[in-house]
Ligand binder design. Structure first.
Ligand code: HEM
Length: 186
């Protein structure tokens, strides 16, 4: 975490600059923080910006992340009555599998890109390695590419909506309680 602190700082400054440039206009905090969180994780894991709001694949990825968060919070009849599981009465499992595949495909793009530039992997020394390099170094029968893809997907799914929602609520709370904002500012 310490080794990659500069990446997080740069990404936060980039976001602050974007908000500042839009001074006077309404800021869509959820959208802004979502992009920052995705790119921040993307930089730590793949050393690249993974989210481009103008790219349809990125839009698909964003939609899948939101839908997966909603689905994971949906009460599922089949969890209460396991004999209904094979029927998947609310299509929760089916929908989840559909969106998960979309996210897997998105993550695969970056893993394949890394293989396509395999000379780049060899050239990186330890201090320049990102999370994907480290995972690939440990690749074995017990940590296959399928596991690596699942692990990276898990970080995106676990780390983006949580951060986005927390920051959105914190900002809303600051607007309702300016004295708290003032205390943080100090
Ligand atoms: C404000 C932001 C966050 C909140 C509120 C949050 C909240 C939580 C909570 C409550 C759990 C436990 C879930 C359970 O045991 O049922 C959890 C687990 C987890 N979180 Fe976060 N999280 C945040 C950010 C992140 C980030 C940024 C990452 C990764 C980049 C992450 C990765 C994980 C993972 C991998 C687990 C599963 C750990 C396990 O194997 O038990 N989280 N998080």
């Amino acid at each position: 975490m310490e080794a990659l602190q500069h990446l997080r700082r740069d990404e936060i400054f980039h976001t602050i600059r974007l908000i500042y440039e839009d001074k006077g206009r309404v800021v869509d905090i959820r959208r802004t923080v979502f992009c920052t969180s995705v790119n921040l994780l993307g930089k730590m894991i793949f050393s690249t910006n993974v989210f481009d709001p103008h790219n349809p694949k990125s839009a698909w990825f964003k939609n899948s992340m939101c839908e997966m968060t909603k689905l994971s919070g949906t009460p599922n009849l089949a969890d209460f009555f396991p004999f209904l599981r094979f029927l998947d009465p609310q299509s929760v499992s089916w929908e989840m599998a559909k969106h998960l595949k979309g996210v897997y495909d998105f993550v695969d793009l970056f893993i394949q890109k890394r293989f396509a530039s395999s000379s780049e992997i060899l050239e990186r020394n330890d201090s320049k390695k990102d999370f994907l390099d480290v995972l690939l170094d440990f690749r074995s029968e017990d940590l296959t590419l399928v596991d690596i893809r699942a692990l990276i997907t898990d970080l995106f799914v676990a780390g983006i909506e949580t951060t986005t929602t927390t920051i959105e609520w914190v900002m809303a709370d600051f607007i309702r309680n300016p004295q708290k904002l003032y205390r943080v500012w100090q």
